[in-house]
Design a binder for this molecule. Structure first.
Ligand SMILES: [Zn+2]
Length: 287
């Protein structure tokens, strides 16, 4: 049997599930190796030395051994742990949603450097306290770009006319963006897009995050753009993100309280583990 080839890479955990007695299988995104699955053996045993560091919402450096089915995690150190991101339930739920979109956008073992970069940036922004909704919209818009489906917000997707601010607009994701009033298509009452929402969509394409986080916006406009971008991403990825249901649930007051009660102990434990991991810098594991 050949000696497994080991390699080291930066990585962010996109998802994970428990496997067997004490193992865990992780989906990682790496800058050059793209998305890959790795197994962390024995990670759920109390004696595991990699358990606390192999967490989501952190940029890790992972030493992996190539395996037949999955690469095997040998060693992990925490590069950046975005710990403040976990302080708000909406921040954490948004972070899971962004990870899920990355997961579903990528094929395994294809280079994913731009997606890695925008996910990393989005986590930094969440950690720095930017409103989760604005980080999510910024990320969705840039992810759409990377997937080659940049929404058209300047010209009509059918007749290519430049959209005038005096016109009426329809948002038609299957066509790739905004439809003008002159072109045939779905009725306005189902797909109408306000001028304010159109301007905000343009802002997400053109403005940097500092400008975006400083915008003063009506709640209704933000909601309209949220719905528009969700429809667009859903159409691009062909089905709803599972984590959206959770994100919606925690935003109703009763549900938020209920979820907080349930999640608080888990979140506190995970945050404590991550802090421990961050302070431990390089931690050896077992293959
Ligand atoms: Zn048109």
């Amino acid at each position: 049997m050949p000696i497994p080839r080991r390699y080291s890479t930066d990585a962010i955990v996109l998802s994970r599930f428990d496997y067997g007695e004490a193992d865990r299988i992780l989906t990682l995104i790496t800058p050059t190796g793209g998305k890959l699955k790795a197994i962390a053996k024995g990670i759920r045993r109390p004696t595991s030395r990699i358990g606390g560091s192999l967490e989501p919402f952190a940029e890790l450096n992972v030493l992996l051994a190539r395996g037949r089915t999955f690469d095997v995690v040998v060693q992990v150190s925490v590069g950046h742990a975005w710990l403040k991101l976990r302080d708000s339930l909406e921040g954490a739920a948004t972070a899971w949603y962004l990870a899920e979109l990355a997961d579903r956008s990528l094929e395994e073992h294809r280079g994913a450097e731009p997606v890695y970069a925008i996910l990393r940036r989005a986590y930094e922004l969440l950690d720095a306290g930017m409103a989760p909704g604005r980080v999510a919209r910024w990320y969705e818009m840039h992810l759409a770009d990377e997937l080659g489906v940049r929404p058209e917000v300047d010209r009509c997707v059918e007749c290519d006319r430049i959209l005038e601010s005096t016109g009426r607009f329809r948002w038609v994701p299957p066509l790739g963006g905004v439809l003008c009033d002159r072109c045939p298509g779905p009725p306005h009452d189902r797909t109408g897009l306000t001028l304010d929402a159109l301007k905000l969509l343009k802002a997400y394409q053109r403005q940097d995050v500092e400008a975006l986080s400083g915008l003063r916006l009506a709640v209704a406009t933000e909601r309209e753009v949220e719905s528009a971008m969700r429809d667009f991403i859903r159409n691009a990825l062909e089905r709803d993100a599972r984590s959206l249901a959770f994100l919606d649930e925690i935003r109703t007051p009763e549900a938020a309280e209920r979820a907080l009660r349930h999640e608080a102990s888990v979140a506190a434990r995970e945050a404590a583990e991550a802090r421990q991991a961050a302070s431990d810098q390089a931690i050896g594991g077992r293959a």
